[in-house]
Design a protein around this ligand. Structure first.
Ligand code: PGA
Ligand code: ZN
Length: 428
């Protein structure tokens, strides 16, 4: 029932206009499982390898024709006739075919598109919703969304050093309600920006990208937008940051050019503590750089009891790095990006290992993304407490929120929106 008849790869275009890999698995019973993969801009050094052609005459070197050739050649040869029922077996075959530690021969983009297509094909053949197929134990938790309403860093051409300023509607009653609240704050923020003479153009993840001078300026606008939408900042809606600190860390100094600050790791901890004392911030991602373990331990000691501290570039969805982080008492939360590690099975391993060790998990999109909604099903299926998939504009972002609305509807009374309980270990 779950036997692969054919494998077809094609080059499609992502939300930044760059090529990406899409794979169709055609099954013996006529079902088709399709998947396409995202791509980051502020990528971590320790992520699995993304294969690009490098031919400057073709999409400025960003083409993925070689990846597609691997799908339609070696991968097709290895997978036709295989049963997709065991995700682990499929992923093992793909990893063995690649033969490298970081998927640098076939590319993590090539492998992940195939791996997700296998999961989707199996769920379709089994007539199960994808989230249910991915479930280990039935849990119908719906995640709190972290919505990136102001974009900075590598995702916008303004001076904000912090890459993402997110609203967290943890006072909502349901997924649909959380999304509605996010939309309403997004409209208010647009009005406020317009009235104050700022641009309302959006960045890569659909948040506004005004030319602001500091993190405080962005957070003040967010407080105003929340309150003028009729919500209470710190009660109905809290805030989250992604500092993407690796981007401005050099020679043990955090160089916040936009704010004209050069901070030691101790000063960076103080900078973040001050923001947490002034604003209702419940989560900080990559507050320290990917190789500054000492800084991470320091930050976790200072803020770990009151704020969710999320490792993105630090952990790169990699079991080994998460393990190191636990030993060094770094962070208390893990960002989950399937394309950082490159297969569905290894993503699930990272999630379950983190959950067993009481680290919260946030499933995440990438700044370059497609209409694929795998991460929404992954998040619900694995009971991860939060999802981060951009702002309330740009359809590649909304596709994921819309899928969560559909999942909530399908679950009916069984749906359990986590709300504030997602942050019960922290100060909220
Ligand atoms: P990226 O950004 O996809 O450009 O890496 C997202 C993030 O840093 O969380
Ligand atoms: Zn990040």
């Amino acid at each position: 029932m779950t036997i692969i008849k054919n494998v077809i790869g094609r080059q499609i275009i992502d939300s930044r206009g760059y090529p990406t890999v899409e794979v169709d698995l055609l099954m013996e019973n006529g079902e088709i499982g399709r998947a396409s993969v995202p791509s980051g801009a502020s990528t971590g050094t320790f992520e699995a390898f993304e294969l690009r052609d490098g031919d400057q005459k073709h999409y400025n070197g960003k083409g993925v024709k070689n990846a597609i050739e691997y799908v339609n050649g070696e991968i097709r040869k290895a997978l036709v006739g295989m049963d997709t029922n065991s995700q682990q077996t499929i992923d093992k075959i793909l990893n063995e075919l690649d033969g490298t530690k970081n998927k640098s021969r076939l590319g993590a983009n090539t492998i992940l598109a195939t791996s997700i297509a296998a999961a989707r094909s199996t769920s379709k053949c089994m007539r199960l919703p994808l989230f249910e197929y991915l479930q280990k134990t039935p849990s119908y938790a719906l995640p709190v969304p972290l919505m990136n309403v102001i974009n900075g860093g590598r995702h916008a051409n303004n001076d904000l050093d912090v890459q993402e300023f997110m609203i967290v509607p943890l006072g909502a009653e349901s997924m649909h309600d959380a999304i509605r609240m996010g939309c309403e704050v997004f409209y208010s923020l647009k009005n406020i920006l317009e009235n104050e003479g700022f641009s309302t153009a959006v960045g890569d993840e659909g948040g506004f990208a005004p030319k602001l001078k500091s993190s405080e300026a962005a957070l003040n606008l967010m407080v105003n937008a929340v309150e003028s939408s009729g919500y209470k900042a710190g009660k109905d809606i809290c805030f989250a940051l992604d500092c993407a600190s690796t981007e401005y860390y050099l020679d043990e100094i955090y160089n916040l050019e936009g704010e004209d600050l050069k901070l030691s790791r101790e000063e960076k901890v103080s900078y973040l503590s001050k923001l947490c004392n002034t604003y209702p911030i419940v989560s900080i991602e990559d507050g320290m750089a990917e190789d500054d373990w000492e800084g991470w331990t320091m930050l976790t000691k200072a803020l770990g009891g009151v704020v969710q501290l999320v490792g993105d570039d630090l952990f790169v969805t990699n079991y080994e790095r998460i393990k190191t982080g636990i030993n060094k008492k770094c962070a208390n939360s893990v960002l989950i990006k399937p394309n950082q590690i490159g297969t569905v099975s290894e993503t699930l391993d990272a999630i379950y290992y983190s959950q067993q060790n009481e680290l919260s998990c946030i499933v995440s999109h990438r700044s370059g993304d497609t209409e694929d909604t795998f991460i929404s099903d992954l998040c619900v299926g694995t009971g991860c407490s939060q999802i981060k998939t951009g702002s309330l504009s740009r359809s590649e972002r909304l596709a994921k929120y819309n899928q969560l609305i559909r999942i909530e509807e399908a679950l009916g009374k069984r749906a359990n929106f986590l709300g504030a309980s997602a942050f019960k270990n922290f100060k909220y």
